[in-house]
Ligand binder design. Sequence first.
Ligand SMILES: [Fe+2]
Length: 183
Amino acid sequence: MSTHGLPTSDGDTQCTLALEPGLLADIAAGLGASAPIDRLPGGEARRWTCLIEAEQYEALIIAWPAGTGLRMHDHDGSSASLHVVAGQLRERYIGLDGHVQTRWLQAGHTVSLPHDHNHEVINVDGVEAVSIHVYSPPLREVEFRIDAEITATDVTDEVVSRLAHPAYGQRSPQHATPDVARA
Ligand SMILES: [Fe+2]
């Protein structure tokens, strides 16, 4: 467990206990093993439901129909773990060198996302993907999960305009090095 300073609305910093990345990964993989897909609402759009709301973390299950995704976003200072239950997701994120990296998150894989992680996640396959997401501390707002929807056809322009990252245009997805996530 680590102490993570989070800014409050009045500018102060409060200390919130955040779970360690390994524990978040264990929670995500454990929930994934139980495959609570029946907890998801029905529909053809991207959809999700909360599996666990605890003081120090929350866990969601998300269904990603073909072509749906989230444009570049952060997690408001929370660390996270993502476990893919079914299908695969393409993730593009800002690496430590400031460049956009691409990796494919496949069924059974779990990745840890540091508190300052910025990424885009999209299902570019033809079949629905399902994933478990665990955040610690719990996300304090959900608008990014509602407002930042993208599709496979508009992802590039959306990312460039949203992020305005000077390094982004230097790499196209075709030139990025695939990095298969490890479990
Ligand atoms: Fe995310």
